[in-house]
Design a protein around this ligand. Sequence first.
Ligand SMILES: CC(C)(COP(=O)(O)OP(=O)(O)OC[C@H]1O[C@@H](n2cnc3c(N)ncnc32)[C@H](O)[C@@H]1OP(=O)(O)O)[C@@H](O)C(=O)NCCC(=O)NCCS
Length: 175
Amino acid sequence: MSIEIDVLNGDASWPMAEPLFNAVWPPQVVEKLPWAAIVFAHAELRVLVEAEPGGVVCHVGIYRREVKWNGRKVWAGGIGGVLTREDSRRRGYASIALNAAIQTLKHEGATDFALLFCEPHNAPFYVGRGWQPFDGEIYADQPGGRDRFVAIAPYVYDIRRAPRRGVIDLCGLPW
Ligand SMILES: CC(C)(COP(=O)(O)OP(=O)(O)OC[C@H]1O[C@@H](n2cnc3c(N)ncnc32)[C@H](O)[C@@H]1OP(=O)(O)O)[C@@H](O)C(=O)NCCC(=O)NCCS
């Protein structure tokens, strides 16, 4: 079986990713998740893993944002929408896609650290791939205004900086 890994423009590649989102996160599943009511940003780039046969089996969204860490401007590489089709899990696809996302952020040269948010049951997956919990506070924008973001827990992947504590203001919608 061969796979193809592409890093594509987020908006242009959404039609390719959408069926995977609908399969993994249909409305009746999302409504039970802790982030159901959150408004998220749209990915700027998407890592898509296509398997033969099977089409798009895995997705990782990439966001780049100048955020504030303890009031200081830093570049965060956001990672979101990590999902693999149920019949294609435990084959390493999400690990490959996450790695491609981190390599993309590193290659661009500007990113201080990567940041994602996840539910507790997924934390071991990320910790096993080098992500560390961020023990401080996150603030993010929502349609009703800026507020503390607590729905899902933050994890950091160190690149040039290694934030562990303090306050990160996402300066926009969460991802
Ligand atoms: C979380 C999720 C993205 C993982 O996707 P995945 O493609 O199965 O991930 P991987 O295959 O890279 O790794 C999953 C596990 O399979 C193992 N694995 C990888 N390749 C394997 C193989 N060939 N044979 C057996 N196991 C394998 C990995 O070691 C890993 O286990 P570990 O975390 O104990 O080390 C997927 O379960 C998913 O889509 N869940 C629903 C959506 C979701 O919750 N997304 C996360 C949002 S934060």
